[in-house]
Design a protein around this ligand. Structure first.
Ligand SMILES: Cc1ncc(COP(=O)(O)O)c(C=O)c1O
Length: 389
């Protein structure tokens, strides 16, 4: 006999990732001996840089296994502060930096501190799907802005004006974006921050893919304003997804609330992971990371024209992250079915647009170039055969 099912109302709104069905199928195919090329995975294929692994092992050996303060290890906060100075010539006081369990922890903290049930939060569609679900958990209301190739799949002030209501408290941006890999320009960012401030709202910028930018000079929104929340993480550029460390930089007046909430939500981020993360900023590690950035760029430069040659539309060349959000409407009118068919018939796993929102998702698929060059070439060959058949 099973007990009663007690289920919070918000659980109805929270959607699972559709790609999980595809992933389960891909795993089954692999177990059956089929070759699968994974282009659905949103994490670097590279292992964590060796100096970071060594620092993590040493941390464990030295017994760095107790809690840190909820705001994080002081030397890591200082090191991140120095990083902003060295890399972006921007001064960020260490006491405005709070270490979190990944960008996920940072997003949860920031949104929880800022919004009440019924408040509205603007976000881009397509966008990172967890944000919407976090808002449902808080009883807040996502205001999705349909973004298109003509604005680089990014929110602009003009688009904000079209959706603005008095209940909007937060504008949540991501640059580079998941799933589109597109960036917001510095001028665009400045005007959004200015607009939101004028409306009494605050901007959160997710910079988790910072560092992974191609062709252009990267920047941080902190160069523009100290009155915003900036989210970052060791997951992507630093290749530390499984370590679960990230950070958030907040305006000074939020420090106490963020600290209080961190204590209550998760006490602190993993201590050995925080100690290991110190090694992420060593010159030797940064050299490895820059080399990897070059490899990602090389893969992008191969894949964009190759996919265009197969009939995918890529109107905006992605300049960041490791994603290509490709228009497949010339090949199918149902991207979810397309992903299923491609997986079944070719063993290439990609993510359907459905996972990123409601803005014409049937038209798009996301390719992650988180696999080696020869695998990418093989994937393109298989797709060519599939499309031509
Ligand atoms: C845009 C964006 N934000 C946040 C996250 C969460 O990352 P993590 O918690 O590993 O730092 C991800 C992960 O894919 C992401 O794509």
């Amino acid at each position: 006999m099973t007990g009663p099912l007690i289920r919070a109302r918000h659980m109805q709104a929270i959607q699972p990732f559709r790609v999980m069905e595809l992933l389960a199928r891909a795993k089954k195919m692999e177990a059956d001996g089929r070759s699968v090329i994974h282009m659905e995975v949103g994490e670097p294929d590279f292992e964590t840089p060796r100096p970071v692994i060594d620092a993590g092992i040493q941390a464990l050996r030295e017994g760095r296994t107790h809690y840190t303060p909820a705001v994080g290890d002081m030397s890591l906060r200082n090191t991140i502060s120095q990083y902003y100075l060295d890399r972006f010539d921007t001064h960020v006081d260490a006491d405005r930096i709070l270490i979190t369990p990944g960008a996920s922890g940072a997003l949860q903290l920031a949104l929880s501190v800022l919004v009440n049930p019924g408040d509205e939060v603007v976000l881009a569609d397509p966008g990172y799907p967890c944000n919407r679900n976090l808002l449902y958990l808080l009883g807040a209301i996502p205001v999705a802005v349909n973004v298109c190739p003509d604005t680089g799949f990014q929110i602009t002030v003009e688009l904000l004006k079209q959706v603005w209501t008095d209940s909007i408290r937060v504008v949540l941006l991501a640059s580079p974006s998941n799933p589109t890999g597109t960036l917001i320009s510095k001028a665009g960012m400045a005007s959004i921050i200015e607009f939101a401030r004028g409306k009494g709202a605050i901007v959160i910028i997710d910079e988790i893919y910072q560092g992974l930018v191609y062709d252009v000079e990267g920047f941080t929104a902190l160069e523009l304003s100290g009155d915003i929340f900036v989210i970052n993480s060791f997951s992507k550029y630093f290749g530390m997804t499984g370590w679960r460390v990230g950070w958030v930089i907040m305006p000074r007046q939020y420090v106490d609330d963020m600290d209080k909430l961190a204590q209550n939500l998760y006490l602190a981020a993993s201590t050995p992971a925080q100690v290991a993360a110190l090694a992420a900023f060593k010159p030797g590690t940064l050299e490895i990371l820059e080399e990897r950035r070059g490899i990602f760029q090389h893969r992008r430069d191969y894949l964009v024209p190759a996919l265009q040659g197969l009939g995918f539309g890529i109107p905006q060349i992605p300049r960041g992250a490791f994603y290509i959000y490709a228009d497949c409407s010339g090949l199918t009118d149902n991207s979810f079915q397309f992903c299923q068919d491609v997986l079944e018939q070719t063993g290439v796993a990609i993510t359907p647009g459905l996972d990123f929102g409601d803005n014409r998702p049937e038209r798009y698929v996301r390719f992650a170039y988180t696999t080696g060059q020869s695998q990418l070439e093989e994937a393109v060959d298989r797709l060519r055969t599939f499309i031509q058949s």
